[in-house]
Design a protein around this ligand. Sequence first.
Ligand code: ADP
Ligand code: MN
Ligand code: MN
Ligand code: MN
Ligand code: MN
Length: 358
Amino acid sequence: MDGLDGLPNPFLDLPQGDNIMAMYIWIDGTGQGLRSKTRTLPNKKYTPEELPIWNFDGSSTGQAAGENSDVYLKPVAIFRDPFRRGDNILVMTETYSYEMVPNQTNKRAVCNENMKRCEDQHPWFGIEQEYTMFDYTGKHPYGWPKNGYPGPQGPYYCGVGADKVKGRKIVEAHYRACMYAGIKIAGSNAEVMPSQWEYQVGPCEGIDMGDHLWVSRWILCRIAEEFNVVISFDPKPIPGDWNGAGCHTNISTEAMRNENGYDAIIAAIKLIGKKPMEHILEYDPTGGADNRRRLTGLHETASIDEFSYGVAHRGCSIRIPRSVADEKKGYFEDRRPSSNADPYSVTNRIVMTICLGQ
Ligand code: ADP
Ligand code: MN
Ligand code: MN
Ligand code: MN
Ligand code: MN
């Protein structure tokens, strides 16, 4: 703590003249960290194409060598800025090399191409983002006893009361901020492990899923800053008898949402079942290594090495919600993506398998 956090800032209501601040956001060289920086622009309504391409020092983010360090930022989606408010904006960007080749952790470029190729199937996604709060050191779970552990899991999931949940102020602030920004947040709940929470974003069509989820993560980390809390997206932040954190991904195409879409749902799940490991490779930023700590077959997960599906079964790789089986249409849930997965990689792999036959 630098002694300034948490103090009111009396300068933030000063007028901005005819200019706005645009916060450009990008995914760094780890494939899971976010970076951002601000520039001034004339105040007008922008489309992403009208916003200037910018650049940053890729040698400081693991994205370029020092002797040729400029990486381009290409604006792709715009949200309202819940921190600066007014006409100020958040700008999701893609990273490109000086030759305009997508950077290694720019998974959006190919995802966007594939989403366009199957747009007639109208793929929808809803992602359940789980995460864990840590204190300002980033090492100690927020609100856990200083020495030892809280009582075993059981009372915390969807709990209420200061002995059950920690950090609700952040959760509520984040929910509001997402709504203000224009992110399609769908719900939130306290999770099974204390100080672990979930929110859902969706349904979003095609490339919007990744754009909305990444910016919702940036807003979450930024809000937690205000409370001197650190957000972890690690899929197994506490080893042992504590639930891990995932990004359950709910999927449907128009055919699945139509009457008797159940056949299309089963057909899609069977296609995924033919290449489970191709999916695992894309379901965390480390080719499956992070997720292996989480997908043990315990704690509401299926083993990373075995593919399974079932109705209402939370120990399967893929779950068909009970209501979907009853109504014979709707969507299904792939429970394997990890909390730190790149939603561009996840949704791209899914449409490649179920929409494009690749
Ligand atoms: P769970 O029962 O697994 O905890 P949640 O309620 O947390 O489910 O999340 C369900 C997610 O599914 C939400 O993000 C929601 O937007 C999404 N969803 C709902 N209908 C569809 C659909 N037809 N296609 C894709 N996603 C959907
Ligand atoms: Mn400088
Ligand atoms: Mn959920
Ligand atoms: Mn959950
Ligand atoms: Mn779920």
